[in-house]
Write a new protein. Structure first.
Ligand SMILES: Nc1ncnc2c1ncn2[C@@H]1O[C@H](COP(=O)(O)OP(=O)(O)OP(=O)(O)O)[C@@H](O)[C@H]1O
Ligand SMILES: [Mg+2]
Lengths: 227, 222, 245
């Protein structure tokens, strides 16, 4: 059997790919922002003296980390529907992804918190900083700087994993690819191109995070070393 | 089937769970072998081999598993290859897992302290002997916790085989749901089964990690 | 607080860690402008006593008064206490993600609500005081150990404490870097700062101490002016001074 590849009919539909890529980035951005917030609060909660809160946060983190994203997406999708909420596929997808990445963020942030030596906290207490000020200046900010590389790798993985939301018809890149291949009967070419698109997206995201780190962490900018 | 959830449904789910384990095992073995070769290639003395294997890792780690899965199943069959869902899923997972294992293990090999490499060289061992006798045994120790940890990812990732129609746990759930229309209940059950499969491995990996010590010594006040 | 009442006083202070009795009825006090040096064998409870003063440890019984604060009271205003007390540890504990200037201005700005510009001026002043004027913009890791410790002292001084506590601030340093830190402390003493310090530098203690407290087995075993180091009254102190540790 001779291989006959024809990328042109697929490439013709590049505006659809573009829309899908934009949607993927939007989904990822929303999920990352909310996931980072959820995860940070959760890491703080696990550190807090309150046993109940700590338990609840641990339960959330373990439940998410030990079940597949695909199943989580369906649970959120049908869960919201069963209690009578009607959301767009995009909202459901963003919600599920945020819940998912929140758990990973929590775990990474917790490792960051644990990497802060007790002496740092005592020094801050000795300077009469309040609990909140200590949390912010001496724990949260340096911990975030420390785990930033791990955090951003996780965020790139999330962007890639967002392809799974095509299963509930969120109109992102993979869903677009599914549509184009059924339209053109050029599955191989379509998925090759979409794979390349994802590789490019992940490079773009990495570059973006690098630049963001540059802006956020003056120490890294000046010394060029990790904290 | 049809009606309400009964023993037959649970049996069907159990069957799916067995296939999840089976597929995970295939991916672990296939991806492990491939990953081992890639890890070695990544520290090869040949620049070309290092670049090639590095490129492979970058490419695969920049592509969603789902797309690899589609490429392997729909892509290849569109080109006229007849390929079963099991074959497509196994091959996709192997390709995917191989890249991640390759990267994890490269890190472990390179984290064997430099003096060990030099000492082995000083003993006049050949490159292969150095690897087999000195470096790999130590790297394997370092690699155990992250490898066990990644097994959880493998199990979860096999759920994506459902999208090409392979009947593992997630697909089994979908099929049951098609007759029962109780999606939330069924996916909750499936989630619990996945949790039961994954959590012990997660816990084990964490225990191993703790036992190895993370090498961070905290500064304590005098 | 009357004029002559001590700045820091410990009365019958008891403290145990589990079954381990670390402070077994410790008494001492420091007057305004005085330097008290705590010495004793490793594990004799010096750090614990010092940490109790700033309430990094809570005591089991006894009384501690610091600058009018009743430190052992359960409802003590910790932040008020710590604005009056500066503490410097053996491991400098500078905040690694902040420049030296930011390390110093953090507390005055966040705690005392000082204007940023004023805080920066003060940072420059205290850094000059410890001889690090040119390190304002450096990050901690760019400094030597001795410089980091001096920066940590400057950071405490910026809060204008009424008393300074030093816990073996030179024991993590190479001998050649110890001198520069001790000089800073000497200058502070000459300026009239009230200080309590734990140190193993006997020569330094002899020169700077108004009062020496020798701790042994959780108690103040011998106390007096620096002259007790030259002429110990108890065999334990004699042995301690003789061997150094
Ligand atoms: N948080 C703690 N928990 C349990 N035991 C402690 C704690 N802190 C100190 N100890 C114990 O209390 C005793 C006194 O400790 P402390 O640090 O006060 O001694 P030190 O005189 O400062 O000794 P060094 O010269 O070695 O610094 C030691 O036996 C120590 O192990
Ligand atoms: Mg001590």
């Amino acid at each position: 059997m001779g291989l006959n590849l024809d990328f042109s009919v697929v490439l013709e539909r590049w505006p659809l790919f573009w829309d899908g890529a934009v949607m993927t980035l939007k989904l990822a951005a929303l999920a990352i922002v909310f996931g980072a917030i959820i995860g940070t609060f959760c890491a703080v909660g696990r550190n807090s003296g309150n046993r109940l809160i700590a338990r609840a946060c641990t339960l959330y983190v373990e439940a998410i980390r030990n079940t597949p994203l695909l199943v989580q997406i369906f649970l959120v999708y049908f869960g919201l529907a069963s209690i009578g909420f009607k959301f767009s596929a995009f909202s459901v997808a963003a919600t599920a992804l945020a819940i998912n990445v929140g758990a990973y963020t929590a775990e990474i942030m917790r490792a960051g918190f644990e990497s802060i030596p007790t002496g740092q906290i005592e020094a801050a207490e000795g300077l009469a900083l309040s609990r909140f000020q200590i949390y912010w200046h001496v724990i949260l900010l340096p911990a975030t700087e420390k785990v930033y590389p791990a955090l951003t790798s996780q965020f790139v993985l999330l962007m890639l994993a967002s392809s799974v939301t095509s299963q509930i018809s969120a109109e992102e890149l993979t869903a677009v690819a599914n549509y184009i291949q059924s339209d053109t009967y050029r599955a191989f070419e379509t998925y090759i191109l979409v794979a390349i698109a994802y590789v490019v997206l992940s490079l773009v995201l990495r570059a973006g995070f690098w630049a963001l780190g540059f802006a956020l962490f003056p120490r890294r900018r000046r010394l060029g070393t990790a904290l | 089937m049809g009606g309400s959830l009964n023993a037959n449904h649970l049996l069907f789910l159990g069957h799916g769970a067995l296939w999840t384990i089976g597929l995970s095992t295939i991916a672990l073995i296939g991806g492990g072998l491939l990953g081992f070769l890639i890890a070695l290639a990544r520290v090869s003395p040949s620049r070309a081999i290092r670049l090639l294997s590095g490129g492979y890792v970058q490419l695969i780690q920049g592509t969603p598993l789902l797309v690899i899965m589609f490429l392997g199943y729909f892509g290849l069959s569109a080109l006229g290859f007849s390929i079963s869902a099991l074959m497509a899923a196994s091959a996709s997972l192997t390709i995917y897992v191989g890249a991640y294992f390759g990267e994890i293990w490269r890190g472990c090999i390179q984290s064997v302290p430099k003096p060990q490499w030099e000492a082995a060289e000083g003993l006049g061992l050949s490159r292969t002997q150095r690897m087999i006798k000195v470096i790999l045994p130590q790297a394997m120790r370092i690699a155990t916790p992250p490898t066990v940890g990644f097994m959880v990812q493998i199990i979860k990732n096999t759920s994506l085989a459902s999208v090409v129609g392979f009947v593992e746990l997630a697909r089994a759930g979908q099929i049951i749901n098609n007759s029962l229309f109780e999606p939330f209940l069924i996916y909750a059950i499936i989630a619990v089964i996945y949790f039961a499969l994954c959590f012990p491995i997660s816990a084990l990996s964490r225990r191993l990690e703790r036992r190895m010590g993370n090498g961070r010594t905290k500064l304590m006040p005098a | 607080m009357t004029k002559d009442s001590p700045v820091v006083s410990l009365k019958e202070v008891h403290k145990s860690f589990g079954a381990l009795k670390v402070l077994d009825g410790v008494d001492f006090s420091v007057g305004r402008g005085d330097v008290l040096v705590l010495i004793g064998r490793s594990g004799s409870g010096k750090s614990t006593a010092l940490r109790c003063i700033d309430r990094f440890e809570t005591i089991d019984s006894g009384e501690i008064h610091v600058c009018g604060h009743r430190v052992d009271a359960p409802d003590i205003d910790l932040r008020a206490l710590r604005q009056d007390v500066g503490i410097v540890f053996q491991s400098y504990n500078l905040f690694p993600h902040l420049t030296i200037e930011q390390n110093i201005t953090l507390a005055p700005v966040s705690v005392k609500r000082m204007a940023k510009a004023e805080a920066r001026e003060r940072a420059a002043a205290v850094l000059a005081q410890v001889g690090l004027a040119e390190k304002l913009d450096a990050y901690p890791e760019q400094l030597s150990g001795g410089q980091q410790q001096r920066a940590a002292i400057a950071r405490s001084l910026a809060m204008q404490p009424k008393v300074m506590l030093f816990d073996e601030v030179t024991s993590a340093l190479d001998p050649e870097l110890t001198g520069e830190v001790l000089k800073v402390i000497e200058a502070l003493a000459a300026d009239g700062m009230t200080m309590v310090m734990v140190t193993h530098e006997m020569g330094f203690a002899r020169g700077i101490a108004d009062k020496v407290v020798f701790m042994h087995a959780g108690k103040v075993h011998e106390t007096g002016t620096a002259s007790i180091l030259a002429a110990p009254a108890t065999p334990e102190l004699a042995q301690f001074v003789g061997t150094g540790f």
